[in-house]
Design a protein around this ligand. Structure first.
Ligand code: ZN
Length: 245
């Protein structure tokens, strides 16, 4: 089973890299992806939750929802996240591009995620000190570091530091979406094991076209020369185990 562990769901506004559930499933069918983790961003937690819930109601056998954590001046978001997980959302997304990950913002989310057994997928934008601080302070929370540390990273030292954090912290998994140097995934399998690496497309995206955008990174993983067991874990087994799907 191939699981895309990182897909952006359109929330109704005009974000260029987000698409409705129908488009996501069309791409999955064309590429050979069985299931996809979906989340909406660039909107508040309640709206992101409603969008993901609607998408999963439409394609319950294909899409796996994550909630999106963003502070709100008028509402206690932590209650909305708890509600989402009770409703069957499998994880929580946080993004340093939309919300700082200082302790007063990130810690309540990590505490809830640990208590409720929901992994946190976090884009740290290269801030691996914060990643390690959260993984250390919340050892019962499963942390998935997005993009091997930083989106489209071309710095091997940073990606290797991401693996080092995972080596030191057993509650850390690594998301291999948005990776432009795919050999780091093979190195990761050697260092932390395929059971802690999750492939994702970070799509949909129209460049070069919707299908190629997901098919190409999938092809790159299959070209790494991993054992068939390790490849199967990276491409879906790890996500299935981590998310209980
Ligand atoms: Zn993303």
């Amino acid at each position: 089973m191939v699981i895309d562990a990182h897909v952006h769901l359109k929330h109704g506004d005009a974000a260029a890299t987000e698409y409705p559930a129908e488009t996501i499933v069309q791409v999955m069918d064309a590429v050979g992806i069985d299931r996809s983790v979906v989340f909406a961003m660039s909107t508040d937690t309640r709206h992101a939750m409603e969008m993901a819930a609607a998408a999963v109601t439409q394609f319950p056998d294909r899409l796996i929802p994550y909630a999106y954590a963003l502070p709100h001046y008028e509402r206690p978001v932590i209650e909305e996240l708890a509600e989402a997980i009770r409703l069957g959302f499998r994880g929580i997304k946080l993004h340093i591009g939309e919300c700082r990950l200082t302790s007063y913002l990130a810690d309540p989310v990590f505490r809830l995620a640990g208590d409720m057994g929901a992994p946190c997928l976090v884009d740290f934008g290269g801030d691996l000190k914060t990643a390690e601080r959260l993984a250390t302070d919340f050892p019962d929370t499963k942390l998935i570091i997005a993009h091997f540390g930083r989106y489209l990273c071309t710095d091997p030292l940073l990606m290797r530091e991401c693996l080092a954090v995972a080596e030191r912290r057993p509650n850390v998994w690594v998301d291999a979406s948005g990776v432009v140097m795919p050999w780091i995934v093979a190195e990761g399998v050697q260092r932390i094991g395929a059971g802690r690496i999750l492939w994702g497309s970070d799509g949909p995206h129209v460049m070069p076209d919707l299908v190629s955008f997901a098919a190409e990174p999938l092809r790159q993983i299959r070209a790494l020369g991993l054992t068939s067991e390790d490849e199967a874990m990276v491409l879906g087994g790890t996500a299935a185990r981590l998310l209980g799907v």
